[in-house]
Design a binder for this molecule. Structure first.
Ligand code: ATP
Length: 344
């Protein structure tokens, strides 16, 4: 289902939890709402669901305004992080619950439940109660229950937060697969950037009640529109005085401009590793973090601390080593604007 949100606002008392949020979502897309705790993600989701009233603004499903529709008439499925399964009901009863409420005929309920048990890989677990299931299985029951009444929009609030890392990884790919197969428009809340980047077609970065940016993970990483987005997605360091870095001296003409530097645009090494040594400047290696496939290296240069990656094949560096540093590119920001500056 196509979702459109215009001028959405929500206050709790005097606190503005959601502020002038606008977006639209195409049918079949999987959207990640990503941002720090307290940013307003859940509030947006709850307004879409009809679980929270809208102060100002409009929500349209399929072009129809749904602000005043109760949750059960919005055609949505909801999955929470803490499963919220009925403890005294077995798997099939949990899945059937919404259908019973809607008074589906018994035979049709049986058929639909069987379909969902199969779809969510719960065959063999039909008669188990929630306490007899693993966290991942419980969450799949929650999905099956949400999907049973054939919703046109699936809302997921931190669906994997309570599940340990390995199973969470499996569930992510499983979710991606399932959404592709069903073609159901879905929105999930997460504060885990890896999760959002891996699973979502598009990410919406929510911070302090505002939508900072919406785009594909790649687009948001490559072209962050605000310092917050740039700092939130991917590794980076912010430096106050970009003009002190060799190759960026001209940035001094913009006072109060900060720079964000991503590791992949910082090159470090011994003198012999550089062809144009004159373009480099001296830095000193700080902490080294082993990342399995490479090192993440901190380096002090011109009074700033940058981070970069270094391949395992290259000569090993040690804290305190002097190295040559070449910064290729920086994102510059001031109060009014943001732009990319290349080393000249
Ligand atoms: P988290 O990742 O921690 O769940 P979030 O981005 O989902 O955060 P929300 O749950 O939407 O954020 O909350 C946004 C802000 O609104 C928070 O500061 C929260 O304390 C406040 N808030 C949410 N619900 C209520 C409520 N019912 N009454 C008062 N304040 C609320």
């Amino acid at each position: 289902m196509h979702v459109e949100v215009r001028g959405l606002n929500k206050k709790f008392g005097n606190f503005q939890a959601v502020q002038d949020v606008n977006f639209s979502i195409d049918k079949g897309q999987l959207i990640g709402l990503l941002g720090p705790s307290g940013g307003g993600k859940t509030s947006i989701l709850r307004m879409l669901a009809g679980l929270e009233s809208v102060d100002e603004g409009h929500i349209y499903f399929h072009g129809k305004r749904v602000n005043d529709l109760p949750p059960q008439e919005r055609g949505i499925g909801f999955v929470f992080q803490n499963y919220a399964l009925f403890k005294h009901m077995m798997v099939t009863e949990n899945i059937a619950f919404g259908l019973e409420v809607k008074k589906w005929p018994k035979a049709k309920i049986r058929e639909r439940v069987a379909e969902l048990v199969e779809l969510t890989g719960l065959t063999g677990f039909e008669k188990r109660y929630p306490h007899q299931l693993s966290g991942g299985q419980r969450q799949r029951v929650a999905f099956a229950r949400a999907l049973a009444p054939e919703p046109q929009l699936l809302l997921l609030d931190e669906p994997f937060a309570a599940i340990d890392a390995k199973i969470r990884q499996e569930l992510r790919s499983w979710l991606r697969d399932m959404i592709d197969r069903l073609g159901i428009t879905s929105i999930f809340v997460t504060h885990d950037q890896d999760e959002a980047i891996e699973v979502a077609d598009e990410i919406m970065i929510i911070n302090q009640g505002r939508l900072e940016q919406k785009g594909t993970p790649w687009d948001i990483y490559k072209n962050p529109e605000t310092p917050f987005v740039a700092g939130f997605i991917g590794e980076s360091t912010i430096i106050e005085d970009i003009g002190s870095l060799r190759g960026f001296e001209t940035a001094r003409i913009w006072p109060d401009t900060k720079a964000l530097i991503r590791p992949e645009y910082v090159e470090i090494g011994q003198a012999r590793e550089f062809t144009a040594l004159s373009a480099t400047e001296l830095g000193r290696v700080g902490h080294l973090h082993f990342r399995g496939s490479e090192w993440l290296v901190e380096v002090e240069v011109a009074g700033s601390r940058l981070v970069t990656y270094r391949s395992l094949e290259k000569e090993v560096l040690h804290p305190g080593d002097f190295v040559h540093v070449l910064v290729h590119r920086a994102y510059l920001f001031n109060d009014n604007d943001s732009w990319i500056m290349e080393n000249n």
